[in-house]
Design a protein around this ligand. Sequence first.
Ligand code: ADP
Ligand code: MG
Length: 361
Amino acid sequence: MAQGMNSQQPVFRLEGVSKSYGSVTALRDITLSVNGNEYISVLGPSGSGKSVLLRVIAGFDVPDSGRVVLEGRDITDVPAHERGIGFVFQNFALFPHLTVFENVAFGLRNGKVPVAAPDVEQRVKDMISLVGLAGMEGRGVHQISGGQKQRVALARTLVMAPRLVLLDEPLGALDANLRHRMRNELRAIREKLGVTFMHVTGSETEALAMGDRVVVLDHGRIAQFARPDQVYGQPASPSVAHFLNRYNIFEGELSGKRFTGPFGMIDAASVTPADKPACAIRYDRMKVEEEGTPGEGPAISASFVASEYLGSSVMYFFEAADGRVIEVEHHLSLGQPQSFEPKRRYRLRWKPEDAIVFGRG
Ligand code: ADP
Ligand code: MG
């Protein structure tokens, strides 16, 4: 968690913000409050409203209703360039004819408030060094790699000393290796500056790894806003569980707290409110047994399809009688991987308390 003087003070809030484009509702009644010195991830599938959310905060788009409040001041009608909010784009949007230094200096040299030349020099130098590009000041932006371009884009935004930094899929254009490294760097740079970052991503692993808190958007609504461990362990809806890509989700019937699905029946300790009944079990909470092994509680038969190594764990893919794919994750820290015979049927079992039951309980 972010630590800092003002970490529990809201740096900005949205109050009932909605935005439509014709018949498409991009944001529905978004109310949200973000603290100072905090890393916020925004997760959601394509089209869920992530970019529109950032654009409304930045002032590139005007909400149809609702207010945007920055440090206690209503900025809903303040133009984007007067908000003091930084924006980092996925495609970097650098000036191709300028050097690294000149790209970073551009905003200071061309802003509304004049900055003295020696101050420009110093601030640009410091920022280039902070993002790890010291020595590359004189290079053209066509002479640096994709990861370095992303750092220039970041430095160019941060040098303006924004009160809030919005990043729209900032790592999306980088290859997997670099993306992973840049995650740690982004977090480290943010911590040094103590400024709040709001980072949009379509990747659940990135959102969970990076955010002090995660906003999950579903069709323009906030489906959940909580710490990564809470989102991961207690998804607020079947959709959130689905976006996390870590849960097998079964539909079924709910009567009181009794859920009946393709695996039999379980009595839930609690029911998470949702429109439709569903039961979610984490991939790594499912055990694979030989068909016919005696045991109690919920279980489903499925035939083995394939496995896949992920480095620290193995995924096993099974197919149930109705054709649905069921995934089981085995963490290698818990022991050697099992080997299964393709097309053979196994019994997948879990503890009733590991099932998250949704519905109108
Ligand atoms: P994402 O979560 O992928 O970033 P967006 O926030 O870009 O999604 O878009 C949310 C919804 O709003 C989508 O249905 C999109 O088509 C629509 N939308 C976004 N911007 C515009 C626009 N300028 N004009 C019309 N529709 C838009
Ligand atoms: Mg987007």
